[in-house]
Design a binder for this molecule. Structure first.
Ligand code: BGC
Ligand code: BGC
Length: 838
């Protein structure tokens, strides 16, 4: 399979006569526009033109008439409000009324009443409240219905109880466009049930560097796979353009994202810079857009990232000339979470350059109010041409009119609304389970170990076995998918639960043991392990290996192997990883990706189908190349030295062979790169960090063990100048994490003595630190129990730490006696206990 998709020059329908060569001129003609002068001309190394898909919705005279009527009735304030979207964490229905906001969203961390576990009914009630405020026509208001956008990324993934599908990386392995349509249609129904109109999906990124933390949001590194899914998925969400039910009450507005080359950034850095030619931009990263446009996708989200140093949110050439001009996109362009604020010269609440470049709706989650005031002034003084504002508003109104929102009535009165049981209906669960089966890729099956005989004694172990949080990954209920135990998935099935049902139904027995111990020697062991959940930013890695804190399964695998028990490994991950050690220690190995809530789909393929039922087998094949080492060096099927361990398209079945020769067990990269983001584990500092405990005779420092191994370290101070710190030579830049609700997380145990003056700090070199007095809060922790607590990085920042150069990510101390044990220190989100900034 090759990455290059040839696009003949000037293919597709007639267009406005645009060519690459004159693209730069577009800006010259409007050089007076703010932001335009910064835009570069198109690269000239691409001799062929961009694809030119057909927009399937010819101008509708009735809609155009309504748009004109509305435009002439709207005040300038109403027009400005229409192009702004705020987040429900800071926008109230009254704000929507007062500032005429065109849209609201719930970001990954936002929920009604700030409760991410709010019942579905609360979401629907809030949708009604926003709708009512927006359609209030008192005092001459135009009363334009608001649209609510949500990240229904793998099903309606913010809503508790909902059946969730495998993340896109797993769907890519299924190579089944028809299945995509059914999943999208089911997702649209789920979104409708809670009264929303719009999902920020599907992601049509084409990730080229798996170190990127959003790799799993992409179907494939192969543009052809992405192209084969993008259009059908949009059709599943929106319906077919021209059909009577297009954008009807069982469908929702779709947004393909993130335009463009979000998956092409250097080193896989989130929000980074894609330093690539225009040809690669077009042939690899644009692959999903023409089919989505031909499917009539109503919105496209701009990418945070840059192309050759220019932020996409401000790139007029790409947003206006290529996307709306050459590619005939007739919907509206929505920004990403304050993404406009990253354009040079812009701030989240002040950015004329974005709308002038072609952005139609600002995603201004918490910055909407200032943005509204500034944009109003900028239209009045001509910085933003009235014609551009009118165009943006018209595009938004057209989408709202096509979706029938003016006649739809309150969200709770629309079809499907409030049918909460359907969020986890039998049909949807069966569909999700089918998707899980189709997404699994069998990488090794020595001597035909699979399918297993269910009539046997099966040991199920590993920290992913009975762990729905891990099985679902990021963008699940919480933003990063962290902080979720199984009780947060009231209708989900863990992999263990699926295995237990399959085995007991066949008359076998199954035993669950998180540590790999067993009461009776098993015939076979299934070990489920993998990455802890993450989403954007926090999921970026320096290399493709599991950090030491997530490697407990290695000991289990080896022990089982020594005992002569055949092992099946099931990997949960958002990307291919260096797995040589695990492959060596397993007789069968399944890449299960992030399968979602229907864990039973895994058992469906591990075990022989029950007598009388249809035979089943693995059909999934890799849509990402599998690495030979942990370096993370991008593998590209087109490159001459392409040498993955398992190539694109690889995947075994029961019938098809299965052994893998013994693999080298050296990761080929320094541990410090593998463990980035972790500072201390099991009470030991993780290189390059060093633990320094200062206090002389006043301090006792002893290992804490669980009987088998050291799990932490206890510090008992008799009082005096005592200080414990984790230091390093090379400063760490956590500026972005600090701005994004990330916390310093500590797994600790209070010995009962915690003085008021106990402090904790993050330091940034000589004389630079943010020091917090945390004694009063830490003292409230139950004595003698391990607890994970988080301190927002923002607290340290506010107290004076320069987050761009942290040399000591954690220190603590006191002059008074204290007794504290530490197990782990890392960056993270959603700890069970969050301390407040003192
Ligand atoms: C992400 C988008 C998402 C948006 C709203 C952004 O940070 O990049 O993919 O749609 O947040 O949650
Ligand atoms: C998420 C929010 C989050 C923010 C942090 C957004 O993408 O959707 O929930 O708080 O990023 O920067």
């Amino acid at each position: 399979m090759t990455k290059k998709k040839e696009i003949p020059p000037q293919s597709g329908s007639a267009n406005i006569g645009f060519t690459m060569r004159n693209a730069g001129l577009a800006c010259v003609a409007v050089a007076a526009l703010a932001g335009c002068a910064r835009q570069p001309a198109a690269n000239t190394d691409a001799a062929t033109a961009w694809p030119s898909p057909t927009w399937p919705l010819p101008a509708d005279p009735a809609i155009e008439k309504r748009v004109q009527e509305l435009l002439s009735a709207m005040t300038l304030e109403e027009k400005v409000g229409q192009v702004i979207q705020g987040d429900i964490s800071t926008v109230t229905p009254d704000d929507v009324r007062q500032y005429h906001l065109g849209s609201v969203l719930n970001g990954g961390g936002s929920a009604p009443g700030n409760d991410e576990f709010a019942e579905p009914a609360k979401w629907l009630a809030l949708a009604d409240a926003f709708y009512a405020a927006s359609t209030d026509r008192s005092n001459g208001r135009s009363g334009i219905p608001v649209i609510w956008g949500t990240d229904a990324m793998h099903g309606h993934s913010n809503i508790i109880g909902t059946t969730l599908f495998p993340h896109n990386i797993g769907l890519g392995a299924a190579h089944d466009p028809a299945l995509m349509r059914r999943i999208a249609a089911a997702t649209a129904e789920q979104v409708r049930i809670t009264g929303f109109d719009w999902t920020f999906a599907p992601t049509v990124t084409v990730p080229q560097d798996d170190r990127w933390g959003r790799t799993y949001e992409g179907y494939s590194e192969d543009p052809a796979v992405v192209a084969s899914y993008a259009g059908v998925f949009v059709r599943g969400l929106q319906g077919d353009p021209g059909a009577a039910d297009f954008l009807g009450p069982t469908h929702v507005i779709s947004s393909v994202k993130h335009f463009i080359a979000d998956g092409g950034t250097e080193n896989g850095t989130d929000q980074g810079d894609a330093k690539i030619s225009e040809q690669v931009l077009r042939d690899v990263h644009a692959a999903g857009y023409p089919p989505a446009i031909e499917a009539g996708v109503q919105t496209i989200m701009a990418s945070y990232s840059s192309w050759n140093g220019v932020k996409n949110h401000g790139n007029r050439y790409l947003l206006t000339d290529v996307l709306k001009g050459r590619m005939h996109f007739g919907g509206f362009v929505v920004g990403d979470w304050n993404g406009h604020g990253q354009i040079p010269g812009c701030k989240p609440d002040n950015c004329a350059a974005a709308i002038n470049a072609g952005l139609d709706m600002y995603m201004a989650p918490d910055s909407w109010k200032g943005l509204y005031t500034n944009l109003l002034a900028q239209v009045k003084d001509g910085t933003v041409p009235m014609a551009r504002l009118d165009d943006a508003v018209s595009r938004i109104l057209r989408v709202k009119l096509r979706a029938g929102l003016f006649e739809a009535g309150p969200p709770s009165k629309r079809p499907l609304a409030g049918e909460f049981d359907r969020l986890w209906s039998e049909d949807t669960r069966a569909l999700a389970r089918e998707a899980v089966r189709k997404s699994l890729v069998l990488l090794k099956n020595e001597n035909g170990l699979l399918p297993l005989d269910p009539h046997s004694h099966v040991l199920v172990t590993g920290d992913g076995a009975d762990n729905l949080g891990k099985q679902n990954g990021g963008w699940t209920i919480t933003w990063q998918g962290t902080g979720l135990d199984n009780s947060r998935f009231p209708h989900g099935t863990s992999i263990w639960q699926g295995i237990r049902s399959a085995v007991t139904a066949a008359g076998g027995t199954a035993e669950l043991s998180p540590t790999g111990s067993f009461r009776r020697k098993p015939d076979v062991a299934i070990v489920v392990f993998g990455e802890e959940p993450y989403a954007e930013m926090l999921g970026d890695r320096k290399v493709l290996a599991l950090p030491i804190a997530q490697n407990a399964h290695l000991g289990i695998l080896r022990k089982l192997q020594e005992q002569g028990i055949p092992v099946v490994s099931v990997l949960l991950s958002g990307r291919p990883l260096w797995m040589n050690r695990e492959l060596n220690a397993s007789r069968a190995f399944v890449a299960a990706w992030l399968p979602g809530t229907e864990g039973a789909g895994v058992a469906d393929l591990l075990f022989r189908a029950p007598a009388g039922s249809a035979p089943r087998d693995f059909t999934g094949t890799l849509s990402y190349s599998w690495p030979r080492d942990a370096s993370g060096k991008p593998l590209n099927a087109g490159q001459p030295d392409y040498s993955p361990l398992f190539a694109l398209g690889y995947g075994l079945s029961y019938a098809k062979g299965g052994s893998v020769p013994a693999l080298p067990e050296d990761a080929g990269v320094p541990d410090a790169l593998i463990n980035a983001g972790f500072f201390l584990e099991g009470g030991n500092a993780i290189a390059p960090w060093q633990l320094r405990a200062e206090g002389g005779a006043a301090l006792r420092d002893e290992p804490v063990s669980d009987g088998v191994q050291q799990v932490g370290r206890r510090f008992v101070s008799r009082g005096g100048a005592v200080r414990i710190g984790l230091r390093g030579e090379t400063p760490l830049d956590v500026q972005r994490e600090a701005n994004g609700d990330v916390l310093l997380m500590l797994r600790l145990r209070s010995g009962g003595t915690v003085p008021d003056d106990l402090w904790m700090s993050m330091a940034c070199g000589e004389g630079c630190a943010g020091k917090l007095r945390l004694g009063p809060q830490l003292r409230k922790l139950p004595r003698g129990e391990w607890q994970t607590v988080g301190v927002p990085l923002k607290c340290f920042q506010a107290a004076g730490a320069d987050m761009s150069r942290i040399t000591e990510p954690m220190a603590l101390g006191s002059d008074s006696p204290f007794d504290l044990a530490l197990a782990r220190v890392q960056l993270g989100t959603n700890p069970p206990v969050t301390l407040a900034c003192p």
